[in-house]
Design a protein around this ligand. Structure first.
Ligand SMILES: [Cu+2]
Length: 470
């Protein structure tokens, strides 16, 4: 969708970011975009294939319809969603539509995983608010590997309310999946977790955007809408601009928030989304603005996790190269939406979920996931307060299927609800030893859904629970 012409190699060599002292400049690469398709009579074929990672580097990947990232699904609220998954991978596969609230048998619970040569048909009506959602493998014990290898894409829902705001669209909308990767000497990402990765989760030092290593994109001096997904297995990003200007948050996991928030940075844990306005008005041709993951340290622990698994190291995740000067007013709406959701005053019940990571065991309330064990029974339509207690020295991005919750409070650690946690959330990041209280209510469908950590290694190792809504 965006024009990304190739850049003369001299310029690339001169202007590339540098690695450690003494190393040659690292190549950067034009961002690419997955093909956009409507999820209507759509077949997604999962298969092993070859993907390009930028700079002519190609290597093996696990793909849907031979695309890295997986095709971008764009759909309107109220429309039918009809997708057939065909599995040609050498492992079981199932897909989860992360953030949507479809019927239970359409949600990608791992008990529905299909073997090689099998297929699974999804058909439901999209009843969710406009927003930036995504989809990915949810195959138990295989989610981390399959998602890392490429079985993941963006899913954008649009509706009339959002359309009326006139947010930047067309080539002023940049959907991007940010991921960290470990690469071999040839520059090909690989997934080979060992010891420490099974505690911290699999992390790498190389930033990728939409499957491209160290990406850049050509832009006008205008206002852009940046739909960002943290599609990493374990990496937390702290996104900020290199030029000191702020980011404007207009939406997150559950779509638009109530009003725009101007922020110096936005933290995104794995699976969280940020719908950002990036104001490049006033820039000149030749200017470059880097979207960075800023340096940070996690309170409470995890600092001893050295090497690849260290959270908070600075990364340059996506560079904007201004190539055209335009005179356009950068109109940023202040009031955005009225966010539906549970009212904490209607609470009828409280529950506690304790997340522990000890001796390579990641558990919720002391238990590892079992496919056929129901861990909690939750009445449909009733408002509850759930306390997510992180009783470990590792961060846990906690994800709930089938609804969006409101973050009510946080104690320990940061001791506050962060400004990017406004609105409806389906994933909330718990730093070490934090307790986050959320208001939860299931109003879409009854059935068996999941609560789990979205650190994908933790999830695969059992930090997941079956929630029966009835
Ligand atoms: Cu976790």
């Amino acid at each position: 969708m965006m024009g990304t012409g190739s850049l003369p190699s001299l310029l690339t060599a001169c202007d590339s970011p540098t690695g450690p002292p003494g190393t040659p400049p690292l190549e950067t690469n034009p961002l690419r975009f997955a093909p956009e398709v409507a999820p209507h009579s759509l077949t997604l074929v999962a298969s092993a294939g070859i993907a390009g990672f930028g700079n002519g580097v190609e290597g093996p990947a696990w793909l849907l319809n031979e695309s890295l990232p997986s095709p971008l699904l764009r759909v309107r609220r109220g429309d039918p969603f009809q997708v057939v998954l065909e599995n040609q991978l050498p492992q079981d596969v199932i897909l989860h539509w992360h953030g949507l609230a479809p019927p239970a048998d359409m949600d990608g619970h791992p008990r529905y995983a299909v073997g090689t040569g099998g297929e699974y048909s999804y058909a439901f009506t999209v009843e969710d608010r406009a927003g930036t959602y995504w989809y990915h493998s949810h195959t138990h014990t295989r989610t981390a590997e399959q998602t890392y290898r490429g079985v993941a894409g963006l899913l954008i829902v649009e509706d009339d309310e959002e359309g009326a705001l006139g947010l930047p669209s067309g080539n002023r909308e940049i959907p991007v999946i940010l991921q960290d990767r470990r690469v071999d000497a040839a520059g090909i990402p690989y997934y080979q977790p060992f010891g420490p990765d099974l505690m911290a989760g699999y992390m790498g030092p190389e930033p990728f955007g939409n499957g491209i290593r160290r990406p850049w994109i050509e832009v006008d001096s205008a206002l852009y809408r940046l739909r960002v997904l943290n599609g990493s297995n374990a990496r937390i990003f702290r996104l900020g601009r290199s030029d000191g200007r702020p980011l404007v948050l207009v939406g997150n996991d559950g779509g638009l928030i109530d009003r725009a928030r101007t922020l110096d940075y936005v933290d995104l844990g794995p699976a969280e989304r940020a719908d950002l306005l990036l104001d490049l008005s006033g820039t000149e041709v030749g200017d470059r603005v880097m979207l960075r993951s800023l340096s940070f340290s996690l309170p409470g622990g995890a600092g001893f996790m050295g090497g690849a698994n260290r959270q908070g190291q600075p990364l340059d995740v996506l560079e904007f190269r201004v190539t055209r000067r335009v005179e356009e007013p950068a109109v940023i709406p202040d009031v955005l939406s009225t966010v539906p959701g549970p009212n904490p005053e209607d609470v009828v019940r409280e529950r506690t979920f304790r997340f522990t990571s000890e001796m390579m065991m990641h558990r919720i309330n002391g238990r590892s996931f079992e496919m056929d064990r129901i861990d909690e029974v939750v009445p449909f339509g009733e408002t509850e307060i759930w306390s997510f207690v992180n009783d470990s020295f590792l961060p846990h991005p906690v994800h709930l299927h089938a609804t969006h919750f409101r973050v009510i409070s946080r104690s320990g650690g940061r001791n506050q609800v962060m400004p990017w946690e406004a609105g409806g959330k389906d994933t909330v990041l718990l730093h070490p030893f934090e307790t986050v209280r959320v208001a939860v209510r299931f109003t879409a469908h009854r059935g068996l859904f999941l609560l789990h950590c979205h650190n994908l290694e933790h999830e695969d190792m059992g930090m997941m629970a079956n929630i029966l809504v009835e």
